[in-house]
Design a protein around this ligand. Structure first.
Ligand SMILES: Cc1ncc(COP(=O)(O)O)c(C=O)c1O
Length: 418
């Protein structure tokens, strides 16, 4: 990779994180301990909620949430086809069956009307994703959940800063699951957080996240002396380490400053691309706050004169790291084989998945790098349309030549028969 390559989603790591990791390494305790407890408390305070449990990933968080919601074999969970595979896998790992409800084309979020249409007597929960950081229609989803007695589990992997009608995403459902993966708005390298609405759910999540044990290691080995533990149910190894929390604590302190920077980049992109033959993301809905996690454009070949994949190649050639969020879930062979799904059955997610490109939106980007991204988008689209125009002119010149020739031939044969 050349030094100039702009890595998609590169995290912004500062001196504070580095120093805290070193202090943690030197402290004698790098596993789950006081730094995880501090990160949980500070994240809960940021989200203005009481209960938060740090885990190893958002995937682990969703798996535990589905289990803690009492969902298992024979149950159905409705989710979106426009998401990362982890959302669907978490449902499958809990032994339940995922059911897909198509998205709204403009918001790219799950369409409540489609959710309602897919409810059966086996439906136990709705698992929406706040796509790109834009909140779902939570009023409608909550009303559906309440009407049918369903649990609501929010996939907030993109939505750390998101609010809906003044309230934080992740606090509407029974569980809200966040990701601190390397490309996310707050990162711990790998990591996740689950928000719960009550102490019982929190206790069950914490127990399941650590083998189903009655006490975690920090409590067993503390200076109060060794304490026995008992396994209360067979759990998982889904805990976060202090080493990860050491990064997260300082990342969280910059969450708002980074959000402002990404908002600035988002607006810059919007005005820079206004005249291009591509679709840019819609404005945030009134009385909501978008987390600006992903800036996605849609490349419709018929309008842009280039395919999405050619565009991706063009950007990579120019040293710009780009992403695809996401090919719709039914495009993947694993789900086609398991459930017989076909992408065409969720046409809106399919179209987005086949046309979408995510541009770099990290707070780490310098002004010069942002200018390079904008320039590359223009150059790739213009180069491609120029190429196509030239090709079209060549084809029409050839067609004219052929028809001129056949005209001469026709006249010649006419003259012969006369
Ligand atoms: C929408 C969505 N859900 C879930 C996940 C899984 O997060 P994690 O990598 O923390 O398990 C991701 C991560 O990319 C995501 O984008």
């Amino acid at each position: 990779m050349s030094a100039e390559f702009i890595t998609f989603g590169a995290p912004q790591i500062e001196r504070e994180e580095i120093d805290e990791v070193v202090r943690c390494l030197e402290s004698g305790w790098i596993g789950t301990g006081p730094r995880v407890a501090q990160f949980e408390a500070e994240f809960a305070a940021y989200k203005q909620i009481q209960y938060a449990a740090a885990v190893g990933s958002c995937t682990a968080g969703m798996h535990l949430s589905v289990l803690a919601a009492g969902i298992g074999p024979g149950d159905e969970v409705i989710t979106t086809p426009l998401t990362f595979c982890a959302t669907v896998n978490a449902i499958i790992h809990a032994g339940a069956t995922p059911v897909l409800a198509d998205v709204d084309a403009a918001t790219m979020n799950i369409d409540p009307a489609q959710v309602e249409a897919r409810i059966t007597p086996r439906t136990k929960a709705i698992l929406p994703v706040h796509f790109a950081g834009r909140p779902c229609d939570l009023d409608s989803l909550k009303a559906i959940a309440d009407r049918h007695g369903l649990k609501l589990i929010e996939d907030c992997a993109h939505a750390i800063e998101t609010t809906y009608h003044g309230r934080a995403a992740g606090t509407f459902g029974n569980f809200g699951c966040f990701s601190f993966y390397a490309t996310k708005n707050v990162t711990t390298g790998e990591g996740g957080m689950i928000l719960t609405r009550n102490e019982e759910d929190l206790a069950r999540i914490k127990m399941l996240a650590l083998h189903g044990m009655s006490k975690d290691a920090w409590k067993r080995f503390s200076d109060e002396g060794y304490k026995h533990y008992f396994v209360l149910e067979p759990g998982f190894k889904y805990n976060m380490m202090d080493l990860q929390a050491a990064i997260g604590i300082h990342q969280l302190r910059r969450v708002e400053a980074n959000w402002l920077r990404r908002q600035q980049l988002w607006n810059l992109y919007n005005s820079a691309f206004a005249d291009l033959p591509i679709e840019t993301p819609g404005d945030p809905q009134p009385d909501t706050r978008h987390a600006y996690h992903l800036y996605t454009i849609l490349i419709d070949e018929a309008v842009a004169n280039t395919t999405r994949d050619e565009f991706l190649e063009g950007m990579t050639e120019r040293g710009i790291g780009v992403g695809v969020h996401y090919l719709s879930i039914p495009e993947h062979p694993a789900y086609q084989e398991k459930f017989g799904w076909r992408p065409e059955d969720w046409p809106k997610a399919m179209r987005i998945g086949r046309q979408t490109v995510s541009l770099p939106l990290s707070a780490k980007l310098t002004d010069e790098e942002v200018a390079r991204v904008i320039d590359a988008v223009w150059t790739v689209l213009r180069a491609r349309s120029k190429e196509l125009r030239a090709k079209r002119e060549e084809v029409s010149a050839k067609t004219q030549e052929v028809s001129a020739k056949s005209k001469v031939q026709d006249e010649h044969s006419l003259a012969l028969t006369a």
